[in-house]
Design a protein around this ligand. Structure first.
Ligand SMILES: [Zn+2]
Length: 249
């Protein structure tokens, strides 16, 4: 599915990377063109790592810094004499690309899967896993906890406990919508582990509720995804939900 984005604009001479051999086309334009010609999506919560060539993230950082400086200028902040904001554009660019939205730009963490040699077929619960994300509407933080229930079968692959944390972090480190984030985690784990059942519950604070808008500091959002045996077997579902400690359900 193609998405709405602005057409590739002619290169802004100010963004010209001086060392670039191909006439200073902004690196984001090149990456977007590759994604489009592959017919792939680049929504806020999509991973685009396979379209980024070595060295391009560094140039993307320069490009985002430049654009962010423009945002600060339009906000009428004197970044020249205000020592607090002199390097803000660079810091924000770095924070987006290498920290809070990193899950868009880097490949999935390498995870070793083990065959289920013991034929484990008991409910496993992993959590709470602390997760940090941002809403794709306002880029405000979403901070919460995730619980994962896995019902393996003898053909399932197993992954180490800490690997669930790394995979969840990779998905969450993108501008997200909580419901879609939980679905993305479920799809990834389903594909890797191939369990009989998979259950995910996420509870999170949305800072677009606390910081702006209605400024409601109490509300949390809770949602879940149930697959396979968790969907078919109400007892299993109840067991999973009962074993999640102090969940504000
Ligand atoms: Zn929001």
């Amino acid at each position: 599915m193609m998405t709405m984005t602005e057409p590739a604009s002619p290169p802004d001479p100010q963004t010209l990377p001086t060392s670039d051999e191909d006439l200073g086309v902004p690196v984001s334009v090149k990456i977007r063109e590759r994604i489009r010609s592959a017919g792939k999506r680049f929504h806020a919560n999509d991973n685009i790592a396979s379209f980024i060539e070595p060295g391009e993230l560094e140039r993307l950082l320069d490009e985002v810094e430049h654009k962010m400086r423009g945002v600060l200028e339009s906000l009428v902040i004197d970044t020249e004499s205000d020592h607090n904001t002199q390097d803000t554009a660079r810091r924000v660019a770095k924070m987006y690309l290498t920290e809070v939205f990193r899950g868009r730009y880097v490949k999935r963490p390498a995870i070793t899967e083990f065959p289920n040699v013991e034929h484990l077929n008991e409910l496993m619960i992993i959590g709470p896993i602390r997760v940090h994300s941002a809403c794709s509407h306002h880029l405000c933080p979403i901070i919460g906890r995730v619980w994962i229930g896995v019902m393996p079968n003898s053909h399932s692959n197993l992954i180490g406990l800490s690997k669930y944390v790394r995979l969840a972090d990779w998905i969450m480190s993108r501008p997200q919508i909580q419901e879609e984030a939980v679905t993305q985690v479920a799809d990834l784990l389903q594909e890797m582990i191939q369990p009989d059942g998979l259950a995910i519950v996420m509870e999170a604070d949305h800072f677009c509720m606390h910081w702006r808008g209605v400024k409601d500091t109490e509300s949390k959002m809770l949602n879940s995804v149930m697959r396979g045996s968790f969907l078919k077997d109400p007892n299993l579902r109840r067991e999973f939900l009962a074993l999640i400690p102090d969940k504000k359900a």
